[in-house]
Each structure stands twice: as structure tokens, then as C-alpha cells.
Write a protein that binds this ligand. Structure first.
Ligand SMILES: *Cc1c(COP(=O)(O)O)cnc(C)c1O
Length: 391
């Protein structure tokens, strides 16, 4: 049954045989419930009343004046738990409930996806377990506490580099053993089919609202849409409604780390090569033997050596373009938005702000209408940023 899920040559289902029935069951349920009135009514209720949708499309006048473009911010930072991730965790959590699953598992790096999953587990009354590299457990004590407050069990992973990619391996292993009862809640547009397609669909609410809002405010489409890219879900969420509008330029901004050209970067599309990671073919940061490099970015959400397969396709077909900004530039973007607008962005989102600044400096881009997807708020990054730039 799994035939879709290909984006050109990218995507697919590169998993052990044992997982195929579970992926087929998930695809069938997704296709059934995405058009089911009861499911959609319940999901829309929670998106509105629990998560806080719709989010504003805010005209950032001070930043616009400073940069010489007309800049709008899609305020995903205003959602419950502070970022766009809740759109997807609510939808998948509800889907799991409709499928009769009694247990959620997830994996998390810095903890953001773990928290967004934990609160949904609490809301829907589904026991939730979150795999997290023991290194990350140590670094992110507050986030571990947040998850535990919402009833989730955090399971430290001691293998490999004891970070996100090891937690992903462990979650896959768990799922294989507990297919009947358990839904594996993947947090971005990555993994085997149907995840990349399904997560994009659940995040496309961002693009739908944005299109309606920009038509109301400007009476026309924007010139450019920018979003940061980790696994790629906030970017695909806002791109989704505009991919067919060729006149709208789509830009994905990756975390370049300290030095984009070093092997310790997070810039998968900018610097990576084709390879299979976590169940699908995409671009990957790997060495000549195909061993996965450890990614690096100042923002935990962009610190992943893979990227969703649809982005690989959008890059190869030139429908979207991708670039990276460094840690240093992202920190400047963080400051810029905080100072000009009184809006403190997540470090991930600050990458898109930093890119917008460079973009607006070019003569040919002056006066353009730009929408930046502000994927999350910066509260979680206070500690790190205060150490980096001294508050
Ligand atoms: C997790 C996260 C990201 C990166 O994930 P995508 O799937 O690429 O969107 C970006 N911004 C914020 C605020 C995040 O929490």
C-alpha cells in the first residue's frame, strides 16, 4: 500500500520489514480521519481553545523601517508551549486516540518536542514516554522537569553520542516491540512515509491562515516567505499554501553553526549529500564512509544531521532555495528583533530574522513584502543567550 511518500527520488520507506504494517496502519488512519468531520471538529476545537489559533500575521513596522522592506511575522511564538510544534502533536495525539492507541512515545533533543507531546498526552489522557539522550537530559534539566510535570516519563538514552539521533534509534526500537498499543509521535516532516506528508499536512494550517491574512492586509501575495529549517516542519507548514504560486519566493534558513563550511554545521541542505537517515532518503551530513556527522547549531531545534525529504526535492527542483546563517548571525538576529519590536524570538526563528536582514540589505530586494515564520518564542533560550551575548 505504501507507494506515495516520494518527492522525486527523495522520501520513501527505509525501515525494517517489521515496521511496515504499523506504517500502513498509520497511513490508512491518517487518510481516513483527515477528512472525518468528528476528528476535524475536535482537532479544530483544541487548536483554537488549547493551542491559541489562529495566530496573528503581525506587521513589524519598526523592523520594516529599519531594514527597508515590508516585514510581516507569522506569530507561531504565541502558541501554547511557545512554538508551532503543538499543531502537529495535537493532531497526531488525537489521531492516536482515534486509532485506539493507549501509549505515545516520542524522542526529543533539547526537549521542545518532548514538552509539546507531553502536554498533549496529559490533555488527552494518553500515557507518554519520551526518549532523550542522557547528555541532553543533563543539559536540559528544566525541560525534563516540564515533561515530568505533565505526566510524561523521560527515558535517558545512554548509547552512541547520547543525543538526539540515539534517542531516535531507541524510539524506533521501542515502537517495533509495541506496535499494537503505541503511536510513535514524530515531531517534524521527516522519517518514513507517511510522516513527512502527514506532518506537513498538520502544519499546513500555518500557510492557510497566512494566505488569508496577507490577502486581507495587502490584497496580494507576498514576494518572499522565510522560515528556519531543522527537520523542516514549520517551513513546510507555511510554504504549503504557496508552493503553487510561482511568483512567491520561498527561502529555508538552516543553522550553520559556528562555521557553515566546517563538518560541525547544522546546514544539511547547504552542505550535505544524499543519504538515508531515519527511514527516508534526503540530504544528510555524513562523512565519506556514510557515517553520520554530528550536527552543530547554537539552537537545539536546528541541530540535526538530516532534513525532511520534501525540502530536498524543493531544493533540487529550485522551487525553494536554502541558505545557512551562523550562530553569531543568529544571535544578532535575536537581538535585532528583541530591540526593534519587543518580541524575543526562539534562537531557531532568529536564523530567519538574520537571513531577512542580509536579504533586505541587497538593493534589488528593497521594498519587498516579506513574511517570516516566527516559529517560536525565546523564553527557552534565555540562559544560553545571556551567556553568549551577556544579556
Ligand atoms: C523544533 C523547532 C524548530 C525546528 O523544527 P522544524 O521541524 O524544522 O520546524 C524551529 N523553531 C522552533 C521554535 C522549534 O522549536
Amino acid at each position: 500500500m505504501i507507494s506515495k511518500g516520494k518527492f522525486g527520488k527523495f522520501g520513501g520507506v527505509f525501515v525494517p520489514e517489521l515496521l511496515i504494517p504499523a506504517l500502513e496502519e498509520l497511513e490508512a488512519a491518517y487518510l481516513k480521519y483527515k477528512d472525518d468531520d468528528e476528528f476535524n471538529n475536535e482537532l479544530n476545537y483544541y487548536l483554537k481553545e488549547f493551542a491559541g489559533r489562529p495566530t496573528a500575521l503581525y506587521h513589524a513596522e519598526n523592523l520594516s523601517k529599519k531594514l527597508g522592506c515590508k516585514i510581516y511575522l507569522k506569530r507561531e511564538d504565541m502558541l501554547h508551549t511557545g512554538a508551532h510544534k503543538i499543531n502537529n502533536t495535537l493532531a497526531q495525539g488525537l489521531l492516536a486516540k482515534y486509532m485506539g492507541k493507549t501509549r505515545l512515545i516520542a524522542e526529543t533533543g533539547a526537549g521542545q518536542h518532548g514538552i509539546a507531546t507531553a502536554v498533549v498526552g496529559a490533555l488527552l489522557g494518553i500515557p507518554t514516554e519520551v526518549y532523550m539522550g542522557s547528555e541532553d537530559v543533563e543539559r536540559q534539566k528544566l525541560n525534563v522537569f516540564r515533561m515530568e510535570l505533565s505526566n510524561a516519563a523521560v527515558l535517558p538514552v545512554e548509547s552512541g553520542s547520547r543525543t538526539l539521533k540515539d534517542a531516535i534509534n531507541e524510539a524506533m526500537r521501542d515502537w517495533i516491540t509495541n506496535l499494537k498499543t503505541t503511536h510513535y509521535l514524530i515531531g517534524s516532516t521527516m522519517g518514513p512515509h507517511p510522516y513527512p506528508t502527514m506532518v506537513k499536512y498538520f502544519q499546513s494550517i500555518i500557510g492557510q491562515e497566512t494566505k488569508r491574512q496577507i490577502m486581507e492586509k495587502e490584497g496580494r501575495l507576498p514576494d518572499t516567505i522565510m522560515a528556519c529549517v531543522g527537520g523542516g516542519s514549520n517551513a513546510l507548514g507555511i510554504f504549503s499554501e504557496f508552493i503553487g504560486d510561482d511568483e512567491v519566493e520561498l527561502v529555508g534558513v538552516e543553522g550553520g553553526g559556528h562555521d557553515i563550511k566546517s563538518h560541525r554545521t547544522g546546514a544539511t541542505l547547504t552542505m550535505g549529500t544524499e543519504g538515508v537517515l531515519h527511514g527516508s532518503l534526503s540530504y544528510v551530513l555524513q562523512n565519506n564512509d556514510g557515517q553520520i556527522n554530528e550536527a552543530h547549531s547554537v539552537s537545539a531545534g536546528l541541530d540535526y544531521p538530516g532534513v525532511g525529504p520534501e525540502h530536498a526535492y524543493l531544493k533540487d527542483t529550485s522551487r525553494a532555495c536554502y541558505d545557512a546563517v551562523t550562530d553569531q548571525e543568529a544571535l544578532e538576529g535575536f537581538r535585532l528583533l528583541s530591540k526593534t519590536e519587543g518580541i524575543i524570538p526562539a534562537l531557531e526563528s532568529a536564523h530567519a530574522i538574520a537571513y531577512a536582514k542580509k536579504y533586505a540589505e541587497k538593493k534589488e530586494n528593497k521594498g519587498k513584502i516579506i513574511i517570516i515564520n516566527l516559529s517560536g518564542r525565546g523564553d527557552k533560550d534565555m540562559d544560553l543567550v545571556s551567556r553568549q551575548i551577556g544579556g
